[in-house]
Design a protein around this ligand. Structure first.
Ligand code: ATP
Length: 234
């Protein structure tokens, strides 16, 4: 479904991605783990078109994404939940969800999808008229995910959904990620919480200073001595 081949990305003189190759197949949950500054967010921003590779190739369902603007990439079926959520703080929960569907014109489909989001996140339904900036951190994460789902993505890119959340909420969010996947959405998940990410993923890649250091079945990586030492606390 998604293929990156030898992707290089720079911020000015900083060489942030140094030839990344990875693949996400339809139906999978794939996770990209690695320490601070390894290039995880940069990888997602490059896939969603916010950053452009200087070298290398990105294709989605066989189509080259490298010259397609971000909003067209959304229309092709890729939606990103950015790090730090970036919800519209002054709008209500419902208005935020509507914004996620801004490229769509099928009113009845949109209505159905709002209901689907409310089924996944009953909390949001209770708070649909609340101004989003007053939601808790966990609720904002739910809203950011709900908003991303409103474009009916084939591939959902999640950037550190567990960031800043209490352990019980992290568990809840990860359960919902599995549910979204079970309903047919392919997922690429960036996480610093390697333990949780590996526990729900099919496959995983370890990113170290802009390069893929390891890749394989998530359960094999979770069992690997090197990964345990570096990312799972021994
Ligand atoms: P984190 O979990 O801390 O967000 P990450 O793995 O997502 O880490 P990136 O944010 O992708 O890492 O950063 C990769 C590298 O690119 C880092 O060295 C970072 O300092 C650098 N970088 C990121 N954004 C910019 C920017 N806007 N300008 C310059 N350098 C940047």
């Amino acid at each position: 479904m998604l293929v990156l081949e030898d992707v290089h990305v720079y911020y000015g003189a900083i060489h942030a991605l140094k030839g990344i190759s990875l693949q996400v197949n339809q139906g999978e949950i794939v996770t990209l783990i690695g320490s601070n500054g390894a290039g995880k967010s940069t990888s997602l921003k490059t896939i969603s078109g916010l950053l452009r590779p200087k070298q290398g190739k990105i294709s989605f369902n066989g189509e080259d994404l490298s010259k397609i603007p971000p909003q067209k990439i959304v229309a092709k079926g890729i939606s990103q939940v950015p790090e730090g959520r970036r919800i519209f703080a002054n709008m209500t929960v419902s208005e935020n969800l509507d914004m996620g569907a801004y490229l769509r014109k099928d009113k009845s489909g949109i209505k159905q999808d709002v209901e689907r989001v409310f089924e996944l996140f009953p909390r949001l339904k209770e708070r649909k008229s609340q101004v989003a900036g007053t939601l808790s951190g966990g609720e904002q994460q739910m809203l950011a995910m709900g908003r991303a789902l409103m474009s009916r993505p084939q591939l959902l890119l999640l950037d550190e959904p567990s960031m800043g959340l209490a352990p019980i909420l992290v568990k809840q969010i990860f359960t919902i990620i599995q549910e979204i996947n079970a309903q047919g959405t392919t997922i690429l998940l960036v996480e610093q919480n390697a333990h949780m990410a590996l526990s729900i993923a099919n496959r995983a890649y370890v990113l170290e200073t802009g390069k893929i250091a390891l890749g394989g079945q998530a359960q094999d990586l979770a069992a690997s001595e090197d990964v345990r030492k570096a990312y799972l606390g021994g």
